[in-house]
Design a protein around this ligand. Structure first.
Ligand code: IDP
Ligand code: MG
Length: 135
């Protein structure tokens, strides 16, 4: 069993897609081990995405992810990191291929509805960020 950190991003929360996304999570054999809703401050958002601080879209990304309520979730299953990324689909919502969450719900490359950690190590760091140690 492996854990990953998922986020239902503000664009999806605002469009009331939390329920359908959680249904997809449960239908794909993930166990929800923790869940919380919160709004990040700008400083917290800047810290969460600090790996992207050199990118041209960084300021805009920080503004967007701190623009409203989000849901952070700890998901557990076999190969959770890879399986959640597969269910989310590529960063840029494409028009063809499997019907991923991002293909179904993303508005554009930035407002792409869901986040997933990229490795098991990153997942544990992101779980600490949202839930503190002990989760
Ligand atoms: P990921 O979320 O698929 O892991 P990353 O490259 O880690 O993608 O980027 C983090 C987030 O930054 C993306 O989910 C998206 O919201 C935003 N983002 C990535 N690339 C761009 C871009 O080219 N323009 C605007 N926003 C972007
Ligand atoms: Mg990433």
């Amino acid at each position: 069993m492996e854990r990953t950190l998922a986020i239902i991003k503000p664009d999806a929360v605002q469009r009331q897609l939390v329920g359908v996304i959680i249904s997809e999570i449960e239908m794909n054999q993930f166990a929800i081990r923790a869940i919380r809703t919160l709004r990040l401050t700008r400083d917290q958002a800047a810290l969460f995405y600090q790996q992207h601080c050199e990118k041209p879209f960084y300021e805009s990304l920080v503004g967007y992810i701190s623009s409203g309520q989000l849901y952070a979730l700890v998901l557990e299953r076999e190969s959770a990191v890879e399986e959640w990324r597969k269910l989310m689909g590529p960063t840029n919502p494409v028009k063809t291929g499997p019907l991923t969450l991002r293909r179904r719900f993303a508005l554009d490359i930035q407002r792409n509805s869901v986040h997933g950690a990229d490795t098991a190590t990153t997942a544990e760091r992101e779980i600490d960020f949202f839930f503190g140690e002990g989760v």
